[in-house]
Design a protein around this ligand. Structure first.
Ligand SMILES: [Fe+2]
Length: 345
């Protein structure tokens, strides 16, 4: 019988102390009522219109891992973009990292489909993932000590587990001496000289051959302890770069939509943005991103890397120039104009 990780409700758009504690201690929290459901439904409808229907010819040729950079921020879906910068979501991330919203940075936002298909039986098949942590393809380094997290990983489910399966399995951390969470985290494919293999059966067969101790550790401490996230439409799984987890197969013939996001603390340049930079769309979607920047709040802009009021970037010249760039879209520069200059400038 599987073990379950159950979803709990956020309160008035904010994480509860228990949810924050769960993320900090166990490595994850599964919550609902964090982002307004009407907005999530809009985003899901946009995605359903954009992606092939399950069972269609187009679906058969569609990669089952990521959107192929086709639904990344800023996406064609206004709702998806609003979710990416939703104040409740940003507030939750800031609370988990114990920083101000202006001190977090977006590094991933992608809405993608996973189709329920028969197993493809090759190393890179994404249906039944090997258990892993997400840090290797987000950072050039290694997550710092558990007590000093730098990033929040997010899965927003735009489907329902009861109809499409495809739950995320997680291994709850049980205190500082938990053998599953020993240091450093290298007992996983793609790290420390081990090949990257995605498919669970292939990965574990490879490890039994190449690194039997690693395979045994994973069997006894990870797979044996995994819990399945019992998500519903709109559930948000908040986890970390050092949380053991994996995607499990979607029900055959079904479509699971998820919106993946990552936020990091400002200053951790070693954690990469996974997409083209946010400015890249400026010449590709006429005045779309300019309008988005002009309409965003000071905090939302900061999350995209725009300098905060008081940043050393701002002086009389830059204030005028940025106003000249975005003034036609109605940007309000007063928060930047009124902020005292940063120390030393
Ligand atoms: Fe992952």
């Amino acid at each position: 019988m599987p073990r379950w990780a159950e979803s709990s409700a956020a309160e008035q758009g904010q994480l509860t102390p228990d949810q924050i504690n769960s993320w900090r201690q166990q490595g994850f929290a599964l919550v609902h009522n964090l982002v307004p459901e009407t907005l999530l439904r809009e985003s899901a409808a946009d995605a359903e219109n954009a992606y092939p229907a399950p069972g269609s010819d187009a679906e058969a040729n569609f990669d089952n891992f990521g959107s192929g950079q086709n639904f990344v921020f800023p996406s064609r879906s206004a709702a998806c973009n609003r979710i990416t910068l939703h104040p409740n979501l940003l507030g939750a991330v800031a609370a988990l990292l114990d920083v101000e919203v202006g001190e977090i940075r977006l590094t991933q936002s992608d809405l993608w489909p996973k189709y329920g298909r028969p197993p493809a039986a090759h190393d890179l098949d994404n249906a039944d993932q090997r258990i892993h942590c997400d840090y290797p393809n987000h950072t050039l380094t290694h997550p710092p000590a558990w007590e000093h997290p730098e990033a929040v990983e997010i899965i927003i489910y735009l489907s329902d587990f009861e109809t499409c399966g495809g739950s995320t399995a997680v291994v709850p951390r049980q205190g500082p001496d938990d053998p599953a969470y020993g240091w450093p985290i290298i007992n996983t494919p793609g790290v420390a000289g081990l090949n990257y293999v995605n498919d669970k059966d292939h990965a574990e067969a490879y490890l039994r051959e190449q690194a039997p101790d690693v395979a045994a550790f994973r069997e006894h401490h990870l797979y044996a302890r995994e819990c399945l996230a019992r998500y519903r439409f709109g559930s948000v799984l908040l986890y970390r770069h050092d949380t053991w987890h994996r995607g499990t197969p979607v029900t055959h013939g079904a479509l699971r939509l998820v919106h993946n996001l990552t936020f990091k603390k400002a200053g951790s340049e070693w954690i990469n943005v996974l997409h083209p930079g946010w400015s890249w769309s400026m010449y590709r979607r006429n005045q779309f991103m300019e309008k988005l920047i002009a309409a965003a709040s000071v905090e939302q802009r900061a999350v995209l890397g725009f300098p905060l009021p008081g940043s050393p970037y701002w002086n009389e010249q830059t204030l005028q120039a940025v106003k000249a760039r975005y003034g036609a879209h109605g940007i309000d520069m007063t928060p930047y104009e009124n902020a005292p200059p940063a120390a030393g400038t």
